[in-house]
Design a protein around this ligand. Structure first.
Ligand code: ADP
Length: 435
């Protein structure tokens, strides 16, 4: 309110002077005076408005370029100058923060690419340029799949499975192996993070090769030892008294070592990427009947084993690998279920997916162990596993077989009540049998 009266003070003064002139010199002179003053005031405002408009049209809005003003316009331009000063200060802070962000991301050992909703490159750091063979100054705005054309990468990008990683060998840079992960942010935008895992992959390959070679080298001497032990055990002159106990123990331990070596060799074959899966149509029903016979001979009548076949659907996969995975689960069920226990094996179709499961009424597993069971040599109870002839590699083999078949393992268990191991096969691997 006070502001309005202050702004009107000049006008009130003019009206007051006009009134005095009116009283002294008459109405005509007073009106002439009033009109001249009004015209001058209008001209004053128009002049400042034009100056303001010209300033607004300028490309640089610096404080120095703000036009000088008089009267009320002096205050308006002073406010404008204050606003411009504040604005440029916050702009400076923003670009400083942005610059800091860029130098942090540039200093990071990982590559970072910002992608828009159509997978076009918005920005990337130097490491990403090296990892992916792109050049920000030339490639900004380009769709990344035009530049990184490997099929697994294109599939990974379109699948949008953000929890997955992709390992990519970069042909343009010899020997470089990178791991990629896509992270969603903002409005349909994505962050592509790349990491150099060349060293890690080399160590992994060395580890795999070492285990495969050692296992292979141990296989022959063990077969020789096993053969001699068999011959000695068959010799009635040797296999007596103390010798008998020693020979039995040696045979048992040799068999254990042979099983271990066989499992290690199976694992390294499964891990070897060059070892492509030998896919054919597997008749699950007849495979399960064969496995059931093995199970019955392993159980030797100590358990009630039932096989339920709810679908005749076949599976696209490797018969040898599936036999190993199913066999391992069934052998575990037998080994971890006390005598007179029940074991159910089932092959079903559920929501279009293939479901194989083994359920036992055995000792069960505590919940904290379940996530680690598929790790090599992870055992809940070491002595029980060894006593029953376990190698500690069974579930690791199952995990690898399943990942080669795009299948998923689910473990449900209750201590003292039993366990159920479900294997879910994707619908695309099921082949319905035409009758
Ligand atoms: P192992 O040769 O020791 O059986 P696995 O890899 O097959 O090795 O299994 C890992 C561990 O998981 C086992 O040592 C055992 O403790 C537990 N386990 C596996 N299957 C069962 C089951 N059906 N019931 C109870 N425990 C099980």
């Amino acid at each position: 309110m006070f502001d309005i009266w202050q702004r009107c003070s000049n006008l009130l003064l003019v009206i007051f002077i006009t009134a005095i002139i009116w009283m002294i010199l008459g109405a005509v002179k007073a009106l002439i005076f009033f009109s001249i003053v009004l015209l001058w005031m209008v001209f004053h405002h128009i002049r400042h408005l034009v100056a303001l408009e010209r300033w607004l049209q300028r490309s640089d809005h610096s404080v120095a370029s703000i036009p000088p003003g008089t009267g009320a316009w002096n205050d308006v331009f002073a406010h404008l100058a204050r606003y411009v000063r504040q604005y440029s200060h916050s702009q400076e802070l923003l670009s400083l923060a942005l610059e800091r962000m860029r130098s942090v991301t540039s200093a990071m050992p990982d590559g970072i690419v910002l992608l828009d909703e159509a997978d076009r490159i918005e920005w990337c750091n130097l490491v990403a340029e090296q990892h992916l063979g792109i050049n920000l100054s030339l490639d900004a705005g380009q769709q990344i799949t035009y530049l990184v054309r490997q099929i697994p990468f294109v599939e990974y990008l379109t699948a949008r499975k953000y929890s997955d990683h992709l390992t990519l060998k970069q042909p343009r840079q010899q020997g470089l192996i990178i791991s990629l992960q896509l992270v969603p942010y903002g409005y349909n935008q994505k962050l592509l993070i790349s990491r150099d895992i060349t060293r890690f992959e080399k160590i992994e390959t060395m580890r795999r090769d070492f285990i495969a070679n050692v296992s292979h080298e141990l296989r022959t001497p063990l077969t020789v030892i096993g053969g001699f032990l068999e011959t000695l055990s068959a010799d009635e002159n040797v296999n007596t008294g103390f010798n008998k106990r020693v020979l039995a123990l040696m045979t048992e331990q040799t068999t254990r070592m042979q099983r271990l070596i066989e499992d290690l060799l199976i694992l390294s074959r499964l891990e070897n990427e060059q070892n492509k899966i030998n896919e054919k149509i597997v008749d699950v029903v007849s495979l399960l009947h064969v496995i059931l016979q093995d199970a019955e001979s392993l159980s030797a009548g100590r358990h009630r084993i039932k096989l339920n076949i709810a679908t005749q659907d076949q599976l696209l996969g490797s018969e040898e690998e599936l036999r190993s995975a199913f066999g391992n689960l069934i052998s575990n069920a037998i080994r971890y279920t006390p005598d007179k226990g029940e074991i159910n094996i089932s092959w079903e179709k559920y929501d279009g997916q293939g479901l194989f499961f083994v359920q036992d009424s055995g000792i069960g597993i505590e919940p904290e162990h379940i996530p680690r069971l598929t790790e090599r040599f992870y055992r809940v109870d070491n002595s029980r596993s060894r006593e029953t002839g376990g190698t500690g590699l069974g579930l690791a083999i199952v995990k690898h077989v399943l990942s080669r078949h795009e299948a998923r393992l689910e473990i449900i268990s209750q201590v003292g009540k039993g366990s159920r191991f479900n294997i879910w096969f994707p619908a695309k691997r099921l082949i319905a049998l035409n009758k």
